[in-house]
Design a protein around this ligand. Structure first.
Ligand SMILES: C[S@@+](CC[C@H](N)C(=O)[O-])C[C@H]1O[C@@H](n2cnc3c(N)ncnc32)[C@H](O)[C@@H]1O
Length: 186
């Protein structure tokens, strides 16, 4: 497999440089490092994730860990819905905003720089994630607490463990995708 030099230079190099300088006492360390590296979801998988979630006008989508913004931008462009990306890496937030501008969806696709665990999800009706199994486990109580009944969660590649089986699954380009719906509260 070809080594992704562009990815290394653009996204990992600043993190490595900051970490090294911080270790040398040259500059303060960032408050928080990413829990997951940036790996982009291919477009056919995004299309199926949004289809599996039954995205429709009126939905408000949040992509937790939004990378270069591609899921948020697709949702805004194709479905005309308001979509928000939450991303901890400032370089990726800048890239996502540029990509949204190039796609002509700045009014609908917005990006928040910050930790996904701090973002208030109460207004979201669809949440998309491409994280890691352990991060999904940490996120699960927040999703169940903040999202309204009927809100949908779609995950690329990783599930929520044995205690919360998905209601639907799919496979695109050999990658699993999963859907959950927040149940009615007792
Ligand atoms: C695997 S990438 C997925 C990117 C995008 N959602 C997609 O599917 O194309 C995970 C993203 O989460 C971001 N991330 C990791 N930890 C985070 C955190 N605690 N808060 C916000 N973003 C985070 C990373 O910087 C990275 O861009």
């Amino acid at each position: 497999m070809k080594f992704p030099h562009a990815y290394l230079l653009r996204y990992l190099a600043p993190v490595l440089l900051t970490t090294t300088l911080a270790a040398l006492g040259q500059q303060p360390a960032p408050e928080r490092y990413p829990d997951v590296p940036f790996v982009a979801t291919p477009q056919p998988i995004i299309d199926q994730m949004l289809s599996l979630a039954g995205v429709h006008p009126g939905d408000r989508l949040v992509d937790l860990g939004s990378g270069d913004g591609r899921i948020v931008i697709t949702a805004a462009k194709r479905y005309g819905i308001d979509a928000v990306g939450v991303e901890i890496n400032p370089a990726l937030v800048r890239q996502a905003r540029e990509n949204a501008a190039a796609a002509g969806v700045t009014a609908k696709a917005t990006f928040v720089e910050g930790d996904l665990f701090d973002y208030d999800l109460r207004k979201a009706t669809v949440v998309t994630i491409f994280l890691l199994p352990g991060i999904n486990m940490r996120l699960k109580p927040k999703l169940l607490k903040e999202l309204q009944p009927g809100a949908r969660i779609v995950s690329h590649r990783f599930d929520m463990g044995l205690n919360w089986p998905p209601e639907k699954t799919g496979v695109v380009l050999g990658e699993p995708i999963y859907l959950w719906t927040i149940p009615k509260r007792p």
